[in-house]
Design a protein around this ligand. Structure first.
Ligand code: AHG
Ligand code: MN
Ligand code: MN
Length: 342
């Protein structure tokens, strides 16, 4: 046998196929959707990598539904994701951070059984693109029972705990696809030589040691008292567990989350105490990341409520969020509860 330069390995394709075999009770048909996201992400990755070469950097000159300036790459990534799903018979509809309304795809007559709703943040961290900082794509998949013939808003407003899969792609020094179908969290690195996602991080578990504290600390004065107390404890407290805890904040959720998932740490985007509102979007950012964090052994909370339990009331709802290992998340919830009791 000649030396081919590679050994037997799992690709995203083969892993999904195997995962279905391992868990025959899982429905599995949405594996097609996950595969398809993998392909779309390769197209986005190419665009992101060429960003400096193509005339795609900078503002598109328009604003998205949340009043934020859209970057050209936001628009491009959004179009790529939409084009990926619109012909897929399994997809009942999509909602994206970049568009005010959801889109429903009519079922084909031969289409029986469950179909799926895909929610996505096509390009997360896009305000950093001009500075060559890592960005990502986040996705969340829900089932619509009964073929999705009358897909409606409530099918999109499902709590995080009913996700059948969630994940992200990080366009960093390498491109990685990280996802969960409820059987752990697995990471695949794009091998540029063969153009395939290859299993590189099987069954990721978030470390217990809180190595990083990640929040936009310029907002500290806007946080409520228990949030400030929690942040102070991790950063300057005399608990020796936190002696090695250091501040790390990129401003791209995917990149901050990914680092903390691998190295251990707390990421938070707390509420503005005056308005009580968070910044990150429940459906496109918080719920999918919450599924991954829980599947990796950690927790995701608003401080008062498990993120996965929140029933959304609107598509673009924003919630306060903290992700981390159980110890720190329980400590945070404890501090919030203590303050609420007073
Ligand atoms: P997006 O680029 O999809 O609009 O998301 C930006 C988000 C998220 O990636 C990041 O965690 C957060 O905004 C950063 O916000 P601040 O600049 O307020 O820290
Ligand atoms: Mn985002
Ligand atoms: Mn975005």
């Amino acid at each position: 046998m000649p030396d081919l330069g590679w050994n037997d390995f799992d690709t995203l394709e083969s892993y999904i196929a195997n995962e279905q075999r391992k868990y025959p009770e899982s429905r599995g048909i949405f594996a097609d959707v996950v595969r398809r996201i993998g392909i779309a992400s390769k197209v986005v990755a190419v665009k992101v990598q060429k960003a400096g070469l193509l005339d795609v950097l900078g503002s598109h000159g328009a604003h998205n539904v949340q009043g934020e300036e859209q970057q050209k790459l936001d628009v491009i990534a959004n179009e790529i994701m939409k084009a990926t799903f619109e012909w897929m018979p399994l997809v009942a509809g999509i909602a994206t951070e970049e568009e005010e309304d959801y889109t429903v795809y009519p079922p084909k007559p031969e289409n029986e059984g469950d179909r799926y709703i895909i929610l996505f943040d096509p390009l997360d961290g896009s305000s950093n693109i001009d500075a060559n900082v890592s960005v990502g794509t986040i996705f969340s998949i829900h089932r619509v029972e009964g073929g999705g013939y009358r897909t409606k808003l409530s099918d999109f407003l499902q709590p995080g705990k009913s996700q059948v899969a969630a994940g992200y792609v990080i366009y960093g020094s390498s491109t990685m696809f990280v996802f969960s179908t409820g059987f752990g969290v697995h990471g695949f690195t794009l091998d540029p030589e063969i153009g395939e996602y290859v299993l590189s991080h099987e069954n990721i578990r978030v470390p217990d040691q809180c190595t990083c504290f990640s929040a936009n600390e310029a907002n500290y004065k806007k946080w409520d008292e228990p949030t400030q107390r929690f942040a102070d404890h991790l950063r300057y407290g005399d608990d020796e567990i936190y002696e090695i805890t250091t501040s790390r904040y990129i401003g791209s959720l995917v990149a901050d989350f990914h680092r903390n998932l691998l190295h251990g740490g707390v990421f938070m985007y707390p509420a503005d105490a005056q308005t009580g509102k968070g910044k990150l979007r429940l459906l496109y950012e918080c719920a999918p990341m919450a599924m991954l964090m829980e599947q990796a052994g950690g927790m995701a909370t608003t401080g008062r409520e498990r993120i996965m339990d929140i029933v959304p009331t609107e598509l673009h709802q924003r919630v306060p969020v903290a992700f981390g290992a159980v110890r720190e998340m329980e400590m945070y919830e404890g501090m919030v509860a203590e303050a609420d009791e007073q």
